[in-house]
Ligand binder design. Structure first.
Ligand SMILES: NC(=O)c1ccc[n+]([C@@H]2O[C@H](COP(=O)([O-])OP(=O)(O)OC[C@H]3O[C@@H](n4cnc5c(N)ncnc54)[C@H](OP(=O)(O)O)[C@@H]3O)[C@@H](O)[C@H]2O)c1
Length: 269
């Protein structure tokens, strides 16, 4: 399977690194990137073909759109219509699949994905949506590219991509905020800054790893560490009293609303 990237920035670099680790051949990956420094870096690091303007990059099975959302329309309207068999996979936040199809001369094989920053360390999760004309084979190819940097889940309705954006797209920032708060609390309780940070980071990482590997409901795992009359019970009660659940719900609603607004703005022309 040949894969081309329009845009060789951070996300493209992470995905290419993951793909090579998963056994994709370097000769099957091409990138189009106007920035000379980025071209040198990508060629040197991965031994792949990187061109200044898209030519060979377009003759692929999966064409990944990895430029900033604000310039996507301009970039796509200057491209020739892709081959009907080419699956276009957009990772540009907020831009709707129908707008991408329209900007590509009504090329209908478009998959829209919302990845997240843990993809940079191979631990991402992406939500994917395909326009109705995308074949099962094209969907499988798009999924294989994204799975090089983490997990992938499909949604049947594009509006749900706004929910994916609110949960896993923006979610790492919510978790970083929680880590900051846990670390600050550790310092307030008299721990050295390094110690407070190490405890906060490893606790969040370890709890997520346990929940994933064990597969038990998070509420059950929580109950297991919450013995009657113990320290965790007091701590959880304080979190509930301070409205943590309501705060998280409000954060997700606000982010989803903004995702919808951005989709309207970016697809306006
Ligand atoms: N980072 C994330 O975690 C994340 C998560 C979800 C979605 N995304 C999406 O992923 C996309 C890429 O993000 P990123 O963080 O990788 O951005 P980035 O590092 O800025 O990468 C974009 C690259 O595209 C290049 N470029 C500009 N114009 C181009 C053109 N006409 N043809 C080809 N390449 C061109 C840019 O070069 P210059 O720097 O010279 O302009 C830059 O190297 C964005 O749409 C973003 O919404 C990212």
């Amino acid at each position: 399977m040949k894969v081309g990237f329009i845009g060789g920035g951070n996300m493209a670099e992470a995905m290419i690194g993951g793909m090579l680790k998963q056994g994709f051949a370097a000769m099957d990956i091409r990138v189009s990137e106007p920035n000379a420094e980025r071209r040198t870096l990508l060629t040197g690091r991965f031994g792949i073909k990187v061109e200044e303007r898209p030519a060979e990059t377009l003759a692929v099975d999966v064409l990944v759109l990895a430029v900033k959302p604000q310039i996507l329309r301009e970039v796509l309207t200057s491209l020739p219509k892709p081959d009907a068999t080419t699956c276009v996979l957009s990772i540009a936040a907020g831009v709707r699949a129908g707008d991408i199809a329209r900007w590509l001369n009504h090329h209908r094989a478009v998959v829209r994905a919302m990845p997240n920053t843990p993809a940079l360390v191979g631990a991402g999760i992406a939500g994917l949506y395909a326009l109705p004309d995308v074949s099962e084979e094209q969907k499988a190819r798009a999924e294989a590219v994204l799975k090089a940097v983490g997990a992938a889940v499909w949604v049947a309705d594009e509006a749900q991509i706004d929910a994916v954006t609110a949960i896993s797209g923006s979610g790492p920032a919510y978790v970083f905020l929680f880590i900051e708060a846990l670390e600050d609390a550790g310092r307030a309780l008299g721990l050295a800054p390094d110690t407070a940070r190490a405890l906060a980071l490893q606790t969040v990482y370890g709890a997520a790893a346990l929940a994933i590997q064990d597969g038990t409901e998070p509420a059950v795992l929580r109950a297991r560490v919450t013995s009657k009359g113990g320290t965790t019970e007091r701590g959880i009660a304080a979190l509930e009293e301070h409205g943590v659940r309501a705060a998280v719900t409000a954060a997700a609603r606000a982010a989803a609303d903004r995702a919808r607004e951005l989709g309207d703005i970016l697809g306006a022309e």
